[in-house]
Design a protein around this ligand. Structure first.
Ligand code: SAM
Length: 248
């Protein structure tokens, strides 16, 4: 019987710590190494763990429930945590969001932004924005922290200021994602971030079978972001895939 390399680690334990699962690999016959370990490891379990890593509060649960009632998909907890962390990293004072929904992503963004930061959020459905307004209030954000603009992104974004935003989050109509990229490049200051939610399209982006137009557009978006000389990209495997890029 071999002994796990983890058993000599100072943080090694046989009981759970702070919600981390107890190690199960202490009595396995042979430990996979390097690349073999990366391939055989249980990626699904690790991704599920990463997505549930940051707990959500009452206001977020309420906004999620309203989204579920409306048949809407909100960002996953892991994606929300990544958005909040990115907003904090760029010390975001001005964020533009395409696709308010019922406010789940908005709450995460506001948590990461500067205390005087303003979230400008666009959605053609005013009832959804009303739920988001209630959720932001329940989460403790003053009314002046969010500017709700009812309308379609491609009608509203041209009215927003060039270079006036630290972060643009795109979660609206996926068939318009290339237009959102062009608008984001105009809206962002140098060093600002653009993020696109759902670029895995539930696995269809990498599926070789015939795909709907939204998936074809997402593939074009991924290619455009990867090849752009103006962007420093990273595709984060949280939720349904969060494509992020910094504008040079
Ligand atoms: C997936 S939901 C957004 C969820 C939200 N970001 C969250 O995580 O809580 C997509 C939203 O985009 C909105 N939407 C659809 N087409 C749009 C467009 N052309 N411009 C802006 N928003 C749009 C929908 O009304 C819907 O509320």
């Amino acid at each position: 019987m071999s002994v796990s390399p983890l058993s000599s680690h100072p943080f090694s334990t046989h009981s759970p710590i702070c919600g981390f699962p107890a190690p199960t690999d202490t009595v396995t016959a042979r430990q996979p190494r390097g690349q073999e370990r990366a391939i055989t490891g249980n990626r699904q379990t690790s991704w599920a763990f990463a997505d549930a890593f940051v707990a959500e509060d009452e206001a977020l649960r309420w906004a999620r429930d309203r989204a579920r009632d409306a048949g809407l998909r909100s960002v996953s907890p892991g994606t929300g945590a990544a958005l909040g962390m990115l907003a904090a990293t760029v010390e975001a004072k001005a964020v533009a969001e395409i696709g308010t929904g019922t406010g789940v992503s908005g709450i995460h963004l506001l948590h990461g932004m500067r205390p005087d930061g303003v979230l400008t959020t666009v959605d053609p459905e005013p009832e959804r924005q009303q739920f988001a307004r209630t959720a932001f209030q329940a989460a403790g954000f003053a009314a002046n922290r969010a500017r709700f603009i009812p309308g379609r992104a491609l009608d509203v974004l041209p009215r927003l200021a060039d270079g006036g935003y630290d972060l643009v989050f795109c979660d609206g109509d996926r068939t318009e994602c290339l237009d959102y990229l062009a608008e984001s490049l105009r809206l962002l200051r140098p060093g600002g971030l653009v993020c696109f939610e759902g670029v895995f399209a539930d696995g269809r982006t990498v599926d070789s079978g015939p795909q709907p137009v939204e998936v074809l557009r997402l593939r074009e978006l991924l290619r455009a972001v990867r090849e752009s000389q103006d962007l420093v990209p990273s595709l984060l495997p949280v939720g349904d895939g969060l494509l992020c890029a910094v504008k040079r």
